[in-house]
Design a protein around this ligand. Structure first.
Ligand code: SAH
Length: 343
């Protein structure tokens, strides 16, 4: 059955037309789904019972079961949601001083194979639809009776390997008649799918772009991230510069520091040379060690040195606060555990 949450408002108008209804009905339905966030069609009280029946026959409203929920002492909540087809996805709610941020998944599993990531080694199943992406935010708002202020596409999956659905999800999230999430409050993170960075630069969506860089050296980056063998750092930087020139927006580069791998001041020097003069920001992440992983976290002392060195040389860098470490909030760990437990 079709998922009614997959449609942006313009598309929903077309759907409603197919049911023989006036376009303004689409606006009403859209508001019920994405603003009021009802869990079933019968709650749509200004819609005739006849149309509600038609909707029920043709569409699923896409609610999620909470398969598991873990709560950290720092307020971070990690959800494992059950999808209609029996698959499960992870989403994380983080509390910051500026509000609540939800980290959404874009796929069930990931094909990218980054060596440090917990999603690697467990099977890729499929991409999520737009509605399935948006529903993560709705389900968390319903569960916590609160409003989410920021969304980051940093959960499981590669957003630019599911480009169309991710862009459509952003359009749905943006719409003032629904969730009304300003584009500046949405970040998309990619491991570096270069052709999609060009597409994204040409797209009329204003959200923030994050690039998972992790090394400024092709040899080290390829050893960490297979995507670097398809699109190397030079090609990646060319695309990033095009994006900046086209959108006049700052890129955020993510750099996960691991001991003796990419955390030396010599690595910082290389990074400075690579990013010099670009409109950007570096987000340093203490790498999270995964089960059987070969990368271990840099010491806090090294991380601070690395940050100060970048800042002293004109590259703005901050260290990402670690949240939810007591509940393994990082990267794919809950889905991984769940699959294991089921075996
Ligand atoms: N596929 C996208 C988004 C998902 S990962 C991407 O690659 O950007 C979100 C971020 O977490 C990325 O920067 C990713 O490199 C990082 N990450 C993944 N595993 C990690 C780990 N074990 N420790 C620290 N950061 C990790």
């Amino acid at each position: 059955m079709k998922n009614i949450k997959d449609y942006n408002l313009e598309e929903l108008k077309e759907e409603v037309k197919l049911l023989g209804e006036k376009p303004f009905r689409a606006e009403q339905i859209f508001k019920w789904i994405f603003d009021v966030k009802v869990k079933n069609f019968d709650e749509m009280t200004n819609i005739s019972t006849e149309l509600r029946e038609k909707l029920k026959q043709n569409y699923d409203i896409c609610n999620y079961d909470i398969v598991r929920k873990l709560e950290s002492t720092d307020g971070t909540k990690k959800y494992l949601f059950g999808l209609n087809d029996g698959n499960a996805i992870e989403s994380v709610l983080m509390e910051y001083h500026f509000g609540k941020t939800v980290c959404v998944s874009s796929q069930v599993g990931c094909k990218m194979g980054c060596k440090f990531c917990a999603s690697t080694g467990i099977p890729f199943v499929r991409s999520l639809s737009s509605g399935e992406i948006v529903q993560q935010v709705i389900a968390i708002e319903q569960d916590t009776s609160s409003k989410v202020s920021n969304i980051v596409f940093m959960g499981i999956g590669e957003p630019f390997d599911n480009y169309d659905n991710v862009i459509n999800a952003v359009k749905i999230l943006n719409n003032p008649k629904g969730i009304n999430m300003g584009a500046r409050h949405i970040s998309i993170s990619t491991c570096g799918v270069v052709p999609r960075i060009y597409d994204f630069a040409n797209e009329n969506v204003q959200c923030t772009l994050s690039i998972s860089l992790h090394s400024s050296n092709d040899k080290v980056r390829s050893s960490m991230m297979p995507i670097n063998s398809a699109y190397n750092i030079e090609e990646l930087m060319k695309a990033c510069k095009y994006y900046i020139q086209k959108t006049n927006k700052r890129i955020s580069f993510e750099y996960a520091l691991s001991k003796d791998n990419n955390d030396n001041l010599k690595d910082a020097d290389e990074l400075i040379r690579l990013l010099k003069g670009m409109l950007c920001h570096v987000n340093l992440i203490p790498i999270n060690k995964i089960e059987n992983g070969k990368y271990t976290k840099s010491s806090l002392e090294n991380i601070m040195k690395f940050r100060d060195y970048l800042n002293d040389h004109g590259i703005t860098a901050t260290i990402r606060r670690e949240l939810g470490s007591d509940i393994d909030a990082a990267c794919g760990q809950l889905r991984r555990k769940n699959l294991k437990d089921r075996k």
